[in-house]
Design a protein around this ligand. Structure first.
Ligand SMILES: Cc1cc2nc3c(=O)[nH]c(=O)nc-3n(C[C@H](O)[C@H](O)[C@H](O)COP(=O)(O)O)c2cc1C
Length: 330
């Protein structure tokens, strides 16, 4: 079965790859991921706050804006609590590149893009084959418009794109009033891929201690459906590659993502839960399903469920919504 795909201009033997996660911190796990056949390895992110902290330590001065910055930093982990500091992060890319044959994707994560251009260049120099920008922000300022937030995302992506020669993907959140327009603008800005979507962890309230309790929960397969919807809407409408992240646990999940238009399919929760060898299982399930359904290649299936030929995707979505509501009988 020919599962080959092209993601971010990288020719891959199949679409299944390791998404950004702490799995890359241990070289033995990286080895096992390659043995399990991962098509690429995404590093966990280097966080903007780590870069800013390092700069602050290096120049050891505060300007007017830095006072607010120092207060904001108190919400973040201590520098030693991050899995890898900025220098160690670059070193880990070098180590992994020296160890594996598959492409390695560096990741930057933040809300403003501060310091990203420098580190994007350093990641490229360290050997990263591509970069993923995770622009993770919650729009809480009532005076900031959606348009200005979207402009910020486009500006960050454009600045990084212009600074490096390796392909650049943007990992987006689903919480924009027009995901389609933002995707179009990022595509126009020359971004090579979109990774749909970031998961937002919802902090809980501990009513006894009156603390806010951030809690990590791995994903559920049901989370894939929102990704499938947007892949299907964007597939064929933009030049950039598309990747699914969120809720891919089994071969059939990957089949759905590809049918909706994904060129790459990232797994994290399933690998954290079952171990790196789970990737082989998902791969084999996918092949078996495609054989049973008489496909010859992945490309034959890619985008086959896209909404490109649908004359009015918004009406189609609204039709589905109203139909679903009518299925409940009291
Ligand atoms: C423990 C853990 C660490 C993660 N670290 C990162 C990270 O550093 N950068 C990032 O962009 N995403 C990170 N993610 C998000 C994953 O890359 C992925 O997008 C998300 O978990 C949804 O995919 P899944 O359903 O396969 O888990 C992390 C997820 C988990 C569970």
């Amino acid at each position: 079965m020919d599962l080959s795909t092209t993601y971010l201009g990288l020719d891959l033997p199949h679409p299944l790859m390791t998404g950004a996660s702490p799995l890359v911190d241990r070289l033995d796990l990286v080895r096992r991921l390659e043995d399990a056949g991962t098509a690429a390895i995404t590093m966990h992110s280097l966080f903007e706050e780590q870069i800013l902290l390092e700069r602050q330590a290096r120049y050891d001065h505060f300007d007017a804006h830095a006072e607010g910055f120092a207060e904001a930093l108190s919400f973040f982990p201590n520098p030693d609590d991050y899995n890898l500091g900025p220098e160690e992060y670059l070193e880990q890319i070098r180590r992994i590149k020296a160890m594996v044959e598959v492409p390695v994707i560096g990741s930057l994560n933040g809300a403003t893009g501060a310091g990203w251009v420098d580190y994007a260049k350093l990641m490229q120099q360290a050997g990263a084959d591509a970069l993923e920008l995770n622009i993770y922000l919650l729009a809480t300022d009532p005076l900031e418009t959606g348009a200005s937030i979207e402009q910020r995302v486009v500006d960050i992506a454009s600045a990084v794109k212009q600074a490096v020669t390796v392909p650049v993907a943007v990992k987006l959140s689903p919480f924009f009033s027009s995901v389609a327009n933002l995707a179009y603008r990022l595509d126009e800005a020359g971004v090579d891929g979109l990774v749909l979507f970031n998961r937002f962890y919802q902090p809980d309230i501990d009513v006894e201690t009156l603390d806010v309790a951030p809690r990590l929960q791995l994903s559920e397969p049901s989370e894939l459906l929102m990704r499938v919807r947007w892949l299907a809407i964007l597939s064929g409408r933009i030049r950039a590659s598309l990747a699914a992240t969120g809720g891919v646990h089994a071969g059939l999940d990957a089949v759905k993502a590809v049918m909706a238009g994904a060129h790459g399919v990232q797994l994290v929760s399933a690998l954290l839960h079952h171990g790196p060898a789970h990737l082989t299982k998902v791969h084999d399930e996918m092949v078996r399903w495609m054989e049973d359904h008489e496909y010859d290649s992945l490309r034959q299936m890619q985008g086959s469920m896209s909404l490109l030929r649908c004359p009015d995707p918004a009406a189609f979505e609204r039709g589905n919504y109203t139909r679903i509501l009518q299925t409940w009988r009291v």
